[in-house]
Design a protein around this ligand. Structure first.
Ligand SMILES: NC(=O)c1ccc[n+]([C@@H]2O[C@H](COP(=O)([O-])OP(=O)(O)OC[C@H]3O[C@@H](n4cnc5c(N)ncnc54)[C@H](OP(=O)(O)O)[C@@H]3O)[C@@H](O)[C@H]2O)c1
Length: 261
């Protein structure tokens, strides 16, 4: 797949990224069907396949159960082949989420993620919003902590996985990357994508397949066509643990992007 700039970060990402919620968490998730977590062999095969297909971007978070632990253990020397996006702010324990956007917790989370992922640097760290985007950005320490981590070279870029237009716009103004929702049923955050395109900031799309509620291959194709018709999209993060879905997603997306060139 042809790589695209992640805004002005200097990094180049595949238009399809691999979401890894399903590598580590199967409770309190919004997918249409329940599922077993994949075993280690399945994850290694999926990562190898993704790489073979030209994907270079992994999206994880401390709140995705054992996702980070498994990536750290299973990537090993292959870590350098990937750009890794992680998050701060959401803590998922015993089936319940809580949030901490303080300066100290943000520093501690990234330091822990570096150890868990067995890496010296995380390519991009996003604030994992609880929905109160502006309050987090204006009144909590996470933004300052991420700036400090970037200054120290422990992260290469920062951003927010935002949930509101106001929060997305502020993220575009203050940070390197915004992760926003866009799909066939939900377009409220398009002003954020437009602002990011104007400002040259990175845009990651989440829930582009409506968390799996999209219908069949034609629904997937239409979803890709819709998302990539929007300005400024760097990469759409699609979560899958099904190798056949991964293959067909790459095929469908290449077809859509080929036609839009
Ligand atoms: N920061 C945040 O607040 C936040 C929130 C949500 C998500 N995310 C990130 O974004 C990623 C994607 O979001 P998401 O997982 O909610 O939604 P999504 O990518 O819209 O949907 C993922 C679901 O779609 C299914 N799927 C994938 N390809 C398919 C295909 N070709 N045909 C049919 N079904 C298909 C997957 O099932 P199979 O496994 O069966 O393929 C999975 O259940 C996550 O993994 C995560 O990394 C971030």
């Amino acid at each position: 797949m042809e790589l695209r700039p992640l805004g002005s970060t200097g990094m180049r990402v595949s238009p399809l990224g691999l979401g890894t919620v399903k590598f580590g968490r199967n409770e309190q998730v919004k997918y249409p069907r329940g599922f077993e977590l994949p075993d280690d062999v399945q994850i290694v095969q999926l990562l190898d396949l993704a790489q073979e297909l030209g994907i270079n971007l992994l999206d994880t978070a401390p709140a995705y159960g054992s996702s980070q632990q498994r990536l750290g253990r299973l990537l090993g020397a292959r870590r350098s082949r990937w750009l890794i996006v992680s998050k701060v702010g959401e803590i998922f324990e015993n089936g319940v989420s809580r949030f901490d956007f303080s300066y100290a917790h943000t520093l501690a989370t990234v330091e822990q993620s570096l150890r868990t992922l067995k890496t010296d640097v995380i390519d991009c760290v996003l604030i994992h919003s609880d929905g109160d985007d502006l309050r987090i950005l204006e009144r909590q320490g996470a933004l300052d902590a991420l700036r400090e981590l970037k200054r120290r070279g422990l992260i290469r870029a920062h951003g927010m996985s935002s949930k509101t237009v106001e929060g997305g716009l502020r993220t575009v103004a203050e940070m390197d990357v915004v992760m926003a929702t866009c799909n066939l049923d939900y377009n409220d955050e398009l002003p954020v994508l437009e602002a990011a395109a104007r400002a040259g900031k990175g845009v990651l799309i989440k829930k582009g397949l409506m968390s799996g509620h999209v219908q069949g291959a034609e629904g997937v194709r239409r979803s890709f066509a819709h998302v990539f018709a929007q300005p400024g999209v760097s990469s759409m993060i699609v979560g899958t643990i099904n190798p056949a879905h991964l293959r067909s997603n790459v095929e469908l997306l290449e077809h859509v992007l080929g036609r839009s060139r």
